[in-house]
Design a protein around this ligand. Structure first.
Ligand SMILES: Nc1ncnc2c1ncn2[C@@H]1O[C@H](COP(=O)(O)OP(=O)(O)O)[C@@H](O)[C@H]1O
Ligand SMILES: CC(=O)OP(=O)(O)O
Ligand SMILES: [Mg+2]
Length: 397
């Protein structure tokens, strides 16, 4: 008896979705909506049994996009009404949620309250929940939190050096994000190596449009690069990552910017977009190949930040067994993996197998040589599969 679960991963301008049979883990449908909130037409790509369907239309918001997703299911299958549950990627769970949770009105209200901490992510997630409840009012809706995996970070890692009373009052701390991916990929890495999860010192580099790193010490996350919000840490597609915290006051005083403008600047107009004019690493690579100096500098900044974080994580872990690359950039950008592994080599003895690294593949693979002191892997993430497993586990209870 198939047990289809619908998984929704609502991002700031996109929706990734899958229907997965929880019994066999077969993918019954997979789709992607792009360019939500843009005045020019966006696309939906919907795949069922290897057959691809696509449409183009303007999606002014996530609610419109979700209506179009439901229409795709209605037209091309599988029947959305067969879903026994819906799992929702929910980015910020604050201190209220540290595990996968069945959604009710109270949960939605708490997510609304937390929206200020993840303004690009929680509102689309809530739109997804509301749309799914309308279409499937009788099946359980489940929230899977990006922050859950990191809820056990040590206090010394999650505490900001600010006034402790203020921090306590507003629950200001580092939360960490992409936890579903860090959790899934680190377990896959252990399995790939045939090693026990609880004996490995791991670093996972989740490099997508948003990007974060985690250090996992023999089964327990001890560090991650994102913070109170998904803005801290690495250079991202449109987000600055780390800047001097004094920048906000400076821009306010000297450039006459409002705090809303500063927030938009750092979240949506910085990172690779701010540095190079492009967010997509494919476009940036093409610019570099055409001799664009700003694009080259942008990529150097990206790699510099990443290498610094990895080095510090090796220190936190007291050594490292395995570094794993995942997500859109980590899985596909072999030139970036090469820059990182080569930069780490003098200090840490990582040696890249250039041949294997340069082969395009969707498979899990080792890209380091036998002489490398640290295993370097590429493991495709699969947030939707991890979400399906968690959703199935919650509804079984
Ligand atoms: N073939 C490729 N080569 C280099 N970079 C790629 C390739 N495919 C995707 N990417 C990068 O992956 C990013 C998207 O990553 P993804 O993990 O899907 O992000 P998100 O989940 O945040 O939308 C793109 O912006 C692009 O920079
Ligand atoms: C939390 C986060 O940054 O998510 P995404 O990479 O999907 O933007
Ligand atoms: Mg992502």
């Amino acid at each position: 008896m198939p047990k289809p679960i619908l998984l929704l991963n609502c991002g700031s301008s996109s929706i990734k979705y899958q229907m997965i049979d929880a019994e066999t883990e077969a993918v019954m449908a997979v789709g992607l909506v792009q360019k939500i909130g843009d005045a020019s037409p966006g696309t939906i790509e919907h795949e069922v049994n290897g057959e691809e369907f696509s449409t183009e239309q303007v999606f002014l918001d996530h609610t419109e996009a979700l209506t179009a997703v439901v229409a795709m299911f209605d037209e091309h299958g599988p029947a959305i009404a067969d879903a026994v549950a819906v799992g929702h990627r929910t980015v910020h769970g604050g201190t209220a949620f540290n595990k996968t949770t069945i959604i009710d009105d109270g949960v939605i209200q708490k997510l609304v309250d937390l929206s200020g901490l993840a303004p690009l992510h929680n509102p689309p997630g809530i739109a997804g929940i509301r749309a799914a409840r309308r279409v499937l009012p009788d099946v359980p809706q489940v929230a899977i939190f990006d922050t859950a995996f990191f809820s056990e970070l040590p206090a010394e890692a999650y505490t900001y050096a600010i006034d402790r009373d203020l921090a306590a009052k507003h629950e200001i701390r580092r939360y960490g994000f992409h936890g579903t991916s860090h959790d899934y990929v680190s377990h896959q890495a252990a399995e790939f190596l045939g090693r026990d999860y609880s004996e490995l010192k791991q670093i996972v580099c989740h490099l997508g449009n948003g990007a974060s790193l985690s250090a996992i010490d023999r089964g327990h996350p001890i560090e991650t690069s994102m913070g109170l919000t998904p803005l801290q840490g690495l250079v991202m597609g449109t987000r600055s990552g780390d800047v001097d915290p004094g920048l906000h006051a400076f821009l306010f005083r000297e450039a006459g910017a409002t705090f809303g403008e500063i927030d938009t600047l750092l979240n949506k107009r910085s990172g690779m977009l701010g540095l190079t004019g492009k967010t997509d690493m494919r476009d940036i690579k093409a610019l570099i190949e055409a001799g664009d100096e700003q694009a080259k500098l942008g990529l150097d900044v990206y790699v510099h930040r990443l290498v610094g974080y990895i080095g510090s994580y090796i220190a936190f872990l007291g050594g490292c067994d395995v570094i794993t690359f995942t997500a859109g950039v980590g899985e596909n950008a072999d030139h970036i993996r090469k820059m990182v592994v080569d930069r780490l080599r003098p200090a840490f003895g990582t040696v890249l197998d250039e041949q294997v690294n340069s082969v395009r593949s969707k498979a899990q693979r080792r890209i380091s040589t036998a002489e490398s002191t640290i295993e370097v892997l590429v493991i495709p993430t699969n947030e939707e599969l991890a979400m399906a497993r968690q959703t199935a586990a919650v509804i079984a209870n």
